[in-house]
Design a protein around this ligand. Sequence first.
Ligand code: AQP
Length: 339
Amino acid sequence: MSEKNMKRILSGVRPTGAIHLGNYLGAIRNWVKLQHQSEENLFCIVDLHALTTVEESHDLANNTRNVAAAYLASGIDPKHSAIFSQSHVAEHSELAWILGCLTPLGWLNRMTQFKDKAGKKTEHACLGLLAYPVLMAADILLYRASHVPVGEDQKQHLELARDIAGAFNRRYNQEFFQLPEPIILGTAAARVMSLRDGTVKMSKSDASDYSRINLMDSADVIALKIRKAKTDAEPLPAELKALEGRPEALNLITIFASLSDQNPTQTCQTYAGHSFASFKKDLTDLLIAKIAPIGEEMRRLLGDETYLDTILHTGASQAQKLASKHMQDLRAVLGLIPL
Ligand code: AQP
């Protein structure tokens, strides 16, 4: 099959902390299904992206192994999918530079994630944070990925990757890059919210561990976090619409629906008129049944660093083969002397 007709999927997670239920329901669980619907899959651990918001508490090597263990324990199969660390394939950075030379600053200044992460002090934000979407475009275009599963928050960056590919093709007057198609993950849990505040997303960098369920949380910790999860005084309604203005309740219903492969309307109907106490008990049991085994498997895998590093090195060499071939083609287009 020619590369142009091939379905090649690429996606990634930043190794910035403990992998949580949002990462799992919003991304990794969907990749597990998608990996069997394409000819090639690349699941990257984007450690260079983590450097844009690096904190002293980040232990990049261990966090990277933690993400690899989460991928494997969730069902990403290394026989179908390359699992690798972004920094192990140097061409990501090389291509990012080349693409950065044709990306107008105006495009980057419009990115909402930059505005969110830089806050008011844009003068103090690092160049890497502004250039993040260019590196993401490089991650995708380096492999000529045809499809990119993205969460809601990454849609704008993927659109930019398509714009950059188009700008390159126009400048060099050829269809060098194929425009990557988004796979918009329209699942119930496209955005899992914090357990402490239903208006902000569940996040690795939230200071409160009670805001999220980590994949490695024990059954006791899961039970405690759900017990403490913010709710309101009303019983659960029969209609999803009635949860408007009740973000924490909506979030818990959405999590339940997603874990039980229902739509949230069905979950509402099941729990209509119930108090949070009885609903939370069932949600806890469901979370323990679905998440605790993944955590257990992650712990087992993390006990075998040699195995995890072998997975990462094998994945990197698969990715590297594609990357170096594409960079060689690209050098010819740019008029650089071949390596
Ligand atoms: N709360 C979420 N709900 C649904 N999907 C989510 N994702 C992240 N949080 C949620 C999806 O997980 C994938 C990998 O995310 P990432 O780690 O690369 O970046 P992120 O979105 O910045 O994740 P965090 O947890 O919020 O990390 P920090 O705190 O370091 O910024 C993506 O597909 C993302 O959509």
